[in-house]
Each structure stands twice: as C-alpha cells, then as structure tokens.
Design a protein around this ligand. Structure first.
Ligand SMILES: Cc1ncc(COP(=O)(O)O)c(C=O)c1O
Length: 367
C-alpha cells in the first residue's frame, strides 16, 4: 500500500453492519469486570478501546510495530529515558535536541546515570558510545534541522551494546521510519504534524520488541501519563489526511526555502529538502519527506520581531506541524544555541503563492 492509502485506512476496524467506520471516543474510568481480572479492558489507566485503535493505526504507519500512546510527546520521551536507565548507566543525548528533552539530563544524573552529550551533525554521538546503555537521537533536530545517519549510529550503538531511540517528531513515520533503519524505539510528539491541527497534545512510542513495549506500557500505567480518549480519537481522525498534509507542507516549505535563499536579510537558511543543505545528502537517503520546518536567521532580534509582527497569514506561536503556518524567534526561550535573530518557521497548508508573498512582504518591513 502507498502512503495515502495506508494513512486513510490506518487502524480502522473491520466493517461491521450499522457500526461507524471509526468508532467514537470511549469515555470510561472502568469497565464491567466480574471475576478474575483479565483484559482486554479492565481499568481506564491501563487500557482504552480508543487508544487501541490509535495505537494500531500508528503501528501500521511505523511499518509494523507495537505502539504505546501517551498524553504528550514529553510523556513518551520520558517513558523511554526514565524507564530504561538505571544508576551507573551511560546515556548519550544530542546536545542540540528539543530543549525539554535536554532538561531530562539533570533528572537522569540525579538518578545516578552518566549523561554524555554530542551534536547531531556528522553522527558525532558515535564517538561517545563506549559503555553506553541508551542512545537518544533526534533527526532532523529541532530547531537547527541537522540530520544524522540513523542506520550508521544504530550499527555502532548496537555493537557497543546500547539501545537506540529516535525522536521522529519532525519527520513523522511517513517522512522516515527509524525502526526500518534498525532503531529500537521510534518516539514522537504527535502534538505536531501527526495530528496536525494544533489543537491537542499527544505522543507515542513504537517498537518491534515486545519486551521493550511492555516496559514502556508499564511505565505509562505506573506514572499515569495516559492520553485522553477525546485527544486519541481526534488524532486518529487526523491521520486520514496525514499524507495530504505532509506533502502540501513539504512542497510549501521547499518553495519558502527557495524564496528565502537569495534574500540579503537572510542567513543560515536550513531545510533538509534543499539540495545544497548540509543535511540533504543523509536526509535523502533515509527520509521520504523532509518536513514542514524551515529555519533561518535575520540580522538581529529587532529585525526578527519586526518580521514576525508583519506576517499576516502566520501565527506567532511555538510548536510546529500544524496546517496553519506559525513562526517564532526561537532565542526568546533562552535555551537553544541560536542567534538572537533565529526564526523557526513551521509551514502550513496555505496556498504556496499566498504564503511566500506574505513572507517576502514581511521581510521587506524589517529594514
Ligand atoms: C522534537 C520534539 N520532541 C518532543 C517534544 C515534546 O512534545 P510535547 O510538547 O507534545 O510534549 C517536542 C515539542 O516541541 C519536540 O519538538
């Protein structure tokens, strides 16, 4: 099956007379349960039929995997990092990954783990693998859009005895499948392009190893980081348009990057889909779509703020992946190694000409 067919039918139950194609959300704290407590549905923190269908859908998109859905991307990230690591273990993190993931360094160290950090570009984390138990990758990285070669890092990590988890938020499984490149976990914030409407928080962990899946599921049960049925259902409903949204967003992102490339106000332009981007060569080998985020730097903070304030079609907001374009001056959070004028631009599904024209007009306002 091709991606559009896969996405539109993912996780939907077999047809049944008089039943909807996708059953509505099931709201239940508990289920009728007489006698010995056996599943599939016992208590609302352990299982829910709406999660079951969403997890089945994401598992199909991930190319065949067990999936555990979470209340947010960070709940999914933490479930892997905090459930697998023990005192004395070595964990390798990217030093340029999503800022809240980096905040888990202190937590891991407080539990007695040793955390080593290196950049995503150039597969630099390979140099830190000696004695490692878990390697965390984020590719493309947020917000700098560097890419590492997943298969190459996985091979080195497995040889060193380490598991590999990949934060696949930016790409989504239709952009890249980390499990196909040998990773043990594919993790994502489904708050972003997976659900794609900027109206819910959700995350997931996918793996092809049942023991690893069980560990993550047990973590969810014990910390209670469970998705709401409404969010799970909305996300599942949104998956039907995933391929359409991603294709339009990627086409818009490329057009925007091309329009920005020769502008004198713009430096440090990054988009993995641009043939001369430093990430392109590796990206083209492992990705099928290059995502919706374009990043670039304007001369200074004031120029970036003027640019953002002059956009008419683009919401000023953090996050990315929505059908509505949004952008922010990333330095305002103070925790990424970016210039004051660095802009992370999330490209939506507006008409290309309108969006590019809005950006070019706003650029004209900064001088
Ligand atoms: C790459 C990446 N991973 C994880 C997260 C966390 O996701 P959530 O906000 O759904 O907790 C984010 C959020 O921006 C992200 O960009």
């Amino acid at each position: 099956m091709k991606d559009g067919t896969l996405a539109v039918g993912a996780g939907r139950p077999a047809p049944e007379n008089f039943a909807p194609g996708l059953p509505g959300p099931v709201f239940a704290a508990h289920y009728h349960l007489a006698g010995d407590p056996a599943g599939p549905y016992t208590y609302g923190r352990d299982e829910n039929p709406t999660w079951t269908l969403l997890e089945r859908a994401i598992g199909e998109l991930e190319g065949g995997a067990e999936v555990v859905a979470f209340s947010s991307g960070m709940a999914a990230v933490a479930s892997v990092l905090l459930s697998r690591v023990r005192a004395g273990d070595v964990v390798v993190l990217p030093d340029d990954c999503y800022l809240t993931t980096r905040m888990l360094k202190d937590r891991l160290e407080s539990y007695g783990a040793v955390v080593r950090m290196g950049p995503t570009a150039g597969d630099a984390q390979i140099r830190l693998l000696d004695g490692a138990r878990l390697v965390w990758l984020e590719t493309p990285s947020n917000p700098m859009l560097d890419v590492c070669d997943i298969a190459r890092v996985v091979e080195a990590a497995h040889a060193a005895g380490a598991l590999v988890a990949v934060d696949n938020t930016l790409a989504t499984p239709l952009g890249q499948r980390p499990l196909d490149w040998g990773a043990d976990f594919s993790v994502a914030s489904d708050t972003k392009a997976m659900s794609g409407h900027g109206d819910l928080l959700l995350g997931h962990v996918a793996t092809r190893n049942s023991e690893l899946a069980e560990g993550v599921r047990l973590w969810r049960k014990t910390v209670g980081a469970i998705p709401g049925p409404m969010e799970a259902w909305l996300a599942h409903r949104s998956l039907a348009t995933l391929q359409l949204r991603l294709d339009r967003q990627a086409a818009n992102a490329l057009a925007l990057a091309e329009a920005l490339r020769d502008r004198p106000e713009v430096s440090g332009l990054r988009y993995p889909g641009l043939p001369d981007d430093p990430s392109h060569e590796v990206a083209v080998r492992q990705m099928r779509r290059f995502g919706c985020v374009v990043s670039f730097t304007l001369p200074d903070e004031a120029a970036a703020e003027r640019f953002l304030g002059s956009l008419r079609l683009v919401m000023q907001a953090t996050s990315f992946g929505s059908v509505h374009s949004s952008a922010e001056r990333r330095g305002r959070w103070g925790r990424d190694a970016v210039e004051p004028g660095f802009v992370r631009f999330s490209v939506g599904i507006e008409d290309t000409e309108d969006l590019v024209a809005d950006v070019i007009r706003a650029l004209g306002k900064i001088s």
